[in-house]
Design a protein around this ligand. Structure first.
Ligand SMILES: O=C(CO)[C@@H](O)[C@H](O)COP(=O)(O)O
Length: 222
């Protein structure tokens, strides 16, 4: 699955930029509050407008303080997947329960320096694990390959039936890095600059998906 990140889109033309990635599996929407991360983007009113303008399932990545208060609103608005950061959440399992009760999938994200192991049991409450492969806050950063160890560990647990999550990766995903991530077992690839920096974003989505499919077919574990 490919999820273009609208952080790299032209915010003055969000409806057109959303239409430009037709065929994408999810539309990744970065909500940043200027506190949890040193950048500020959009909030619920703009996400509601986006939701009413697209058929692509919307994947909200909340890089905000106090997701306990705000996350459920994105699920109630109709987001397909709502992800919160374990480093910001007060009661992550309650957040997941509320998101699911509102009809969305619940995601848990971990920053590059956050280990996976302490949160494995908690992940039983979630549908998605979002592994950050850059420090959250900005697009266009360089991929951090070390985080793939967390992808491999999560996929081993999934293969063993001990965990049931879709593994998503976010940050620095492009034609040079997507194959490595696919070989590690990533299910869903967020890509901002590699999609919106291309002349034809929809074609960029197709090309990234083809590369991930080919590389994923020869996975390290398979
Ligand atoms: O959440 C983030 C950054 O915090 C990402 O979603 C970026 O938007 C990905 O952008 P690229 O690294 O693909 O340019």
């Amino acid at each position: 699955m490919i999820a273009p990140s609208i952080l790299a889109a032209d915010f003055a033309r969000l409806a057109e930029e959303t239409a430009a990635v037709r065929g994408a599996d999810w539309l990744h929407v970065d909500v940043m509050d200027g506190h949890f991360v040193p950048n500020l983007t959009i909030g619920l009113p703009v996400v509601q407008a986006l939701l009413s303008n697209t058929d692509i399932p919307v994947d909200c990545h909340l890089m905000i303080e106090d997701p306990d208060r705000w996350a459920v609103g994105y699920a109630e608005a109709g987001a397909h997947n709502v992800t919160v950061h374990v480093e910001a959440a007060g009661d992550p399992s309650k957040i997941a329960k509320d998101i699911r009760a509102a009809g969305a999938r619940a995601g848990l994200s971990i920053k590059p320096g956050t280990p996976l192991e302490p949160y494995v049991e908690l992940l039983a409450h979630f549908d998605t694990l979002l592994v950050m492969s850059v420090e959250p806050g900005f697009g266009g950063q360089e991929f951090i390959p070390d985080v793939l160890d967390k992808v491999r560990a999560a996929k081993r647990l999934v293969a063993a039936g001990e965990l049931s999550v879709l593994v998503e990766i976010d940050g620095g995903i492009n034609a040079e890095t997507i194959e490595r991530a696919a070989q590690a077992g990533v299910d869903c690839f967020v890509a901002g600059s590699a999609v919106y920096g291309a002349d034809d974003p929809a074609e960029a989505v197709r090309q990234l998906r083809a590369m991930a499919d080919t590389a994923g077919a020869g996975r390290e574990e398979s």
